[in-house]
Design a protein around this ligand. Structure first.
Ligand SMILES: [Zn+2]
Length: 507
């Protein structure tokens, strides 16, 4: 009995040994993916460096225990916009990205928000590799400190990685005149071919573009197997059996996990590499933050609190942000904020809702202003959009703005670059008169650029004509209103906003 068992066992072992090389397990690559992460701490209890670090640590340990190779990838938009990055120009986010353990990242449009010089400094501080395949500086392909591609070895397979950045970046950020962006399809095809020529068995593109652009890249360049994306903040999975596009939302609320089982099989024309994906979005709300990462986050929050308390300028005139003031007529604080936004995005006019100014206090003439004051006035984290609109639509927006003055509605328009009169005794929708932009009567058929906040740009507070307007700076590219206003005050040192008859009530 025992002899028979021994013979059976030995035969079985020999069979296994012989079958081994043929039935080898596929190689396993686990990609942990993040994109559009600019907040140091959690948003509504999820995301933030502490939770992201904890998920990455845990997933890495599990994957490596199963024999997988693990890489952590980032789909762009790290160093801006946030209140803290408005002060430290993104240095804190690089530190936190180093802490959670990114391996490879592509440049997002927001990486250029502080100009190419600051980006060079941020790249130099990064312990991970920036991939940039379609950016050129002064006509020279690439961006200093970044590389166009990398190769990762996974159990005998070579996995090529490349990085691409939306060619819209010059329209929505500040790369300057020397930085140019090659179209996706040509750059993607060129680098994918170079990777294949170097023996890559698979090619993965890190992309910062809308999903429609990612799908177009996937179809235009068959050599790219997987696109790991960002930019539109979607948690997105597309898989057609041959190619995949995968994105993980924003702010690390999800950590995307893409597991690839990679194998070599005998095809009709010889051996070929095949892969099978498994997609997961790991929600971070029930995760205990990694203590070491959270200590860093708490340190930055304390620093932010200190920085917010520092004086950035003085007002020589009274600023009145009381509710009844900002919702009932022209207010000096409204003029200051609207001027700052209009200047920041170089728009013809700015229109913001009085109800978005929340401090409900007065700052006497001579007051020293702090960042905290601006943040208190604008607590919603709104961003500045820039719209292209007809004069007729601007007039319709002003009519909406003064349509509920008698109720003290928050839609009352605080403006810059334009002036108008209104009569509350007239029916809503027919109250505005004598409206002019830059000192000239508004031409209903002309087009104007309008700065406003993202809430109104989506049609909020009844601004229906804003929602369909062409966005020159949309939600994805917009910067924080509060940061622009802080920068405006800090650059001026002294501000003196006055009541100038920008909106004049006739009755
Ligand atoms: Zn973006």
């Amino acid at each position: 009995m025992s002899r028979l068992f021994r013979i059976l066992a030995i035969s079985f072992a020999i069979a296994l040994w012989m079958a081994g090389p043929l039935a080898a397990e596929p190689a396993k690559l686990v990609i942990l993916h993040l994109n559009d992460w600019d907040r140091i701490d959690a948003v509504d209890g999820a995301g933030g460096a502490g939770r992201i670090a904890a998920v990455i640590k845990d997933e890495k340990a599990k994957a490596e225990a199963s024999g997988a190779t693990v890489i952590v990838t980032f789909g762009g938009d790290l160093i801006s916009p946030s209140l803290l990055s408005g002060i430290d120009m993104g240095a804190s986010m690089i530190d936190l990205a180093n802490t959670v353990g990114l391996d490879y990242a592509t440049l997002g449009n927001h990486e250029f928000d502080f100009g190419p010089q600051v980006l060079r400094a941020r790249i130099a501080e990064s312990k991970f590799r920036w991939l940039s395949g379609n950016v050129a500086l002064k006509g020279q392909p690439g961006f200093p400190g970044a590389v166009d591609a990398a190769v990762v070895e996974v159990g005998g397979f070579k996995i090529g990685l490349l990085g691409l950045t939306t060619p819209d970046t010059p329209l929505v950020s500040s790369p300057g005149p020397d930085v140019t962006f090659e179209p996706y399809a040509s750059a993607g095809a060129r680098i994918a071919k170079a990777l294949k020529d170097q023996g890559a068995d698979m090619v993965i593109a890190l992309s910062h573009e809308e999903y429609t652009g990612d799908l177009a890249l996937m179809r235009a360049v068959p050599a790219i197997d997987v696109v790991l994306g960002g930019h539109d903040h979607l948690a997105f999975t597309h898989y057609d059996g041959q190619h995949a596009v995968f994105k993980a939302g924003s702010q690390g609320i999800f950590v995307g996990r893409l597991t690839l089982a990679i194998d070599r099989i005998e095809g009709r024309s010889g051996p070929k590499v095949v892969w099978k994906p498994d997609f997961a979005q790991i929600h971070t709300s029930n995760v205990t933050p990694d203590p070491a990462a959270q200590v860093k986050v708490d340190g930055y929050l304390a620093k932010l609190d200190t920085d917010l308390g520092q004086f950035i300028g003085t007002t020589t005139t009274e600023l009145d942000s009381r509710r009844a003031t900002v919702r009932n007529g022209e207010a000096t604080v409204g003029n200051l904020f609207a001027d700052a936004m209009r200047t920041a995005v170089a728009a013809d006019v700015a229109i913001i809702n009085g109800g978005g100014i929340r401090g409900d206090v007065t700052y006497p003439a001579g007051s020293q202003l702090t960042r905290k004051m601006v943040f208190t006035e604008l607590p919603f984290g709104n961003r500045t959009a820039k719209l292209l609109m007809t004069g007729a639509d601007v007039l319709a927006a002003l009519e909406n703005g003064v349509s509920q003055v008698e109720q003290g509605a928050g839609r009352f328009p605080q403006v810059s670059g334009l002036s108008f009169a209104y009569a509350v005794g007239k029916p809503a929708g027919a109250r505005v008169s004598d409206a002019s932009i830059g000192g000239k009567p508004i031409d209903p058929t002309a087009t104007y650029t309008v700065a406003t906040n993202d809430f109104m740009a989506r049609g909020g507070d009844g601004y229906a004509t804003f929602a369909p307007a062409k966005a020159l700076i949309d939600d994805r590219a917009a910067k924080l209103m509060a940061s622009q206003i802080m920068d405006h005050i800090a650059a001026a040192g002294t501000v003196s906003p006055k009541l100038e008859g920008r909106s004049r009530r006739l009755d």
